[in-house]
Design a protein around this ligand. Structure first.
Ligand code: GLA
Length: 727
């Protein structure tokens, strides 16, 4: 059992393979955090809390001037009685009082992992995971709070969430309900976050934690490209290979916040959860509220180990799709090839070229429905445009299947264009504020998914699309942020619920569709990687990483995305040069090397490629097929950091350790270049590896510690790929 309870000292020890998490009940009521870090065989009390009078901190016990909630490392801190740091939850009762205080009321240890109703969450059977539920109570107000910790022992991951229950006779409003709060009694950390924007998602940001609060958040209704719902505290000096990392990833796709707060005694409070701004929830007597979960990962050996833990965990305990273990097809997407301007003939021409080159899936992107000749109309009218596709979807799909390829389709079901039949019939379906004008994004509006009938319409509309043709793949897009987030169908006191109700509505829709259609591979997208989070990955095993397909930009995007998400979850395509987003000209080989480092595909007009380019593309495709298993199911190691250097590199090792594939990228050609040394990672020191291109044999230790010399190219944006086989 990975959860131990010492009843005498009232200590909980959550014991995973390589990490420990220890809590203690003090004075029979306060739940204190004692330790999170490297795995301990057992905990005997060495890290005791030492009490002394600290300045003018306040005290809950009248005569005990040394005992203060203001310095107590708390497990789920409240507001109003002496802890002045960021609280983990907040309530307001009918009197308007916001004060609360929790006392320990019991606990339960169970095998396995409970599902979280209506929410995506990690899973595992009774051999993989144990769950501790600590019952805390505010007797005065009648609130019960259940702190849920699921320990995946073998994977060293703790999934944490909270359930609130109102056992009073009055309405309680939850004003803040974070999923995780941990007080670390140390302060020598940097904070790692992943920031960005559209076309520039997930940049690495590492900054020292000094005083005050570092907070990241989204208030856009989606997890957003601006900040990824991830935060890690890195011990100063920690890097890819060594040093301690404390990381948290949120299994949620809406507004969130993550905080690292340094208090006046240099302790750190590390928190993550739903964003409390416009995020209240009315809890009537007898009702309960479940928060989404946070996945907590501790690594004693730097970022690579943290990433391996996340990657492996997502594959085995989070991504629910049956495709998680299946080979992902190489696709051609029509978007950058044709945008809105196509006919069936043009698509078939493209598809023929794709099939000849060895592409396995043809994806028809935006523009196939309603009167969608540009992005100003038709979202909501999911009927095929027979001007473009006179035989309908089925006719096209059958022809694509005859070419030996699968058929995929783009949809954006959460949206409505004002110029659409749907809007003309149901203007009330729009998420809007009664007395205010709309705010537009890409000239489109958002459906009010907080309403059941709107969700039912979306499910129905999508089922009709899916029933028209044999569809093997769906790209589920979402191209604007949420504004006027109110719903006239809810009471005034519930308007703060709309953001979360939207996400719950969305989860309900995709739960139904993905469960009913396990044969369809779903890829999520939000103008690229605007909703790349563990919540969406639970339902859809891959995400379009970014609308930016320039390999120089992608080098950073894919590098930093890999801190949390495995390459098999990232869609990456070869597009035309000059690149449509940046105007940059890069070699076809580099564009392919970048896209091959993830879920490989193309997104350009193959009918305009020269014969030589088509030959190169055909070779790239057959090459990817030989390394696909290693890329999609192997272990991934970051080797050179493009945020710090003029280079980037990574390598993959197949599950059985026999295949090694390394990619190396250069940005600008330098005038007096240093010879670069590429030191591979994760190999067996004692084994020998043969380089497949040259036939040369090297020791694993040699490839890792002495490294491979690389002569920089005399051109910008060069790349190299090395492939080794263990002998
Ligand atoms: C978004 C997606 C693109 C493409 C367009 C279509 O921007 O990220 O890949 O599908 O929408 O409108």
């Amino acid at each position: 059992m990975s959860i131990q309870y010492d009843g005498q000292r009232q200590i909980f020890h959550l014991k995973a393979k390589t990490s420990s998490y220890v809590m203690q009940i003090l004075k029979g009521k306060y739940l204190a955090h004692l330790y999170w870090g490297r795995g301990l065989e057992s905990y005997h009390g060495s890290r005791a809390l030492i009490w002394k009078e600290r300045s003018l901190e306040t005290n809950p016990e009248p005569k005990e001037r040394t005992f203060s909630l203001g310095v107590l490392p708390q497990e789920y801190p409240q507001y109003g009685n002496g802890d002045f740091r960021s609280c983990a939850y907040g309530i307001r009762n009918e009197r308007g009082s916001r004060i609360s205080s929790l006392s320990y009321a019991g606990h339960e240890i169970t095998k396995g992992k409970p599902t979280l109703p209506g929410l995506p969450s990690s899973f595992g059977d009774e051999t993989a995971v144990d769950t501790l539920t600590i019952h805390m109570q505010d007797e005065i107000v009648g609130l019960d709070v259940f702190l849920i910790y699921s320990v995946f022992e073998e994977k060293s991951v703790i999934a944490r969430s909270v359930r609130f229950e109102n056992h009073s006779t009055q309405n309680l409003t939850l004003t803040k309900m974070l999923s995780m709060s941990v007080d670390l009694r140390e302060d020598d950390f940097d904070v790692l976050t992943l920031y960005g924007g559209h076309n520039n998602e997930r940049n690495m940001d590492r900054r020292p934690l000094t005083s005050g609060t570092v907070q990241i958040e989204s208030l856009r209704g989606t997890s957003s490209p601006q900040q990824s719902p991830f935060m890690a505290l890195m011990r100063r000096g920690a890097d890819e290979e060594q040093g301690e990392i404390f990381a948290a990833s949120f299994v949620y796709s809406g507004n969130f916040m993550a905080t690292a707060q340094v208090d006046s005694f240099r302790n750190i409070r590390f928190q993550m959860g739903m964003n409390p701004w416009n995020g209240e929830w009315l809890l009537k007597p007898g009702e309960s509220f479940q928060t989404p979960e946070v996945l907590m990962v501790y690594s004693a050996h730097g970022l690579n180990e943290m990433s391996h833990t996340f990657h492996c965990f997502f594959r085995e305990h989070l991504v629910r799709s049956p495709f998680v273990r299946k080979e992902r097809p190489i696709l051609l997407n029509s978007w950058e090839a044709a945008y809105f301007d196509f006919t069936e003939e043009k698509l078939l021409e493209l598809a023929k070229k794709a099939a000849q080159a060895g592409i396995e899936l043809f994806v028809l992107d935006d523009g196939w429905f309603g009167k969608r000749d540009d992005d100003t109309s038709s979202l909501g009218d999911w009927q095929v445009d027979t001007k473009k596709l006179p035989g309908g979807l089925a006719h096209l799909e059958q022809k694509i299947h005859k070419l030996g390829m699968q058929f995929g389709l783009w949809v954006e079901p959460e949206m409505i264009s004002q110029n659409s039949d749907l809007y003309r019939q149901h203007p009330d379906y729009v998420l809007h504020a009664e007395d205010r004008p709309y705010t537009y994004g890409r000239e489109q509006l958002v459906l009010d998914l907080s309403r059941h009938e709107v969700c039912a319409y979306v499910v129905d509309a999508m089922e009709k699309v899916l029933s028209q043709a044999r569809i093997d793949y769906i790209k589920w897009d979402m191209n604007r942020q949420l504004t006027e987030v109110e719903s006239s169908f809810l009471e005034a006191g519930q308007q703060g619920e709309v953001f979360h109700r939207y996400v719950l509505g969305l989860y309900g829709i995709i739960e139904k569709l993905t469960a009913r259609h396990p044969e369809i591979l779903f890829e999520s997208c939000a103008s690229g990687g605007g909703r790349f989070d563990a919540g969406m990955l639970y339902y859809m095993p891959q995400t379009w990483c970014s609308d930016n397909t320039d390999p120089v930009c992608r080098m950073k995007i894919q590098y930093a995305t890999s801190f949390v998400f495995p390459p098999v979850t990232m869609g990456a395509h070869v597009s035309v040069a000059p690149n449509h987003q940046t105007g940059r000209n890069t070699p076809l080989s580099t564009r392919a090397a970048m896209a091959m480092s993830a879920n490989f595909g193309y997104e350009l007009d193959l009918t305009k490629c020269s014969e030589e380019e088509m030959r190169e593309i055909t070779e790239q495709i057959s090459f990817y097929k030989t390394i696909r298993d290693t890329i999609q199911r192997g272990r991934f190691y970051r080797v050179k950091n493009p945020f710090l250097e003029n280079h980037g590199a990574w390598n993959f090792i197949s599950q059985d350790g026999r295949e090694v594939v390394a990619f190396y990228f250069e940005v600008l050609c330098e005038p007096a270049p240093a010879i670069q040394i590429l030191k591979l990672k994760g190999l067996d020191e004692k084994a020998y590896y043969q380089e497949l291109d040259t036939g040369e044999v090297y020791g694993g230790d040699e490839l890792m510690y002495s490294g491979i010399s690389i002569l920089p190219e005399k051109q910008d944006f060069g790349s190299k790929c090395f492939r080794f086989q263990r002998i």
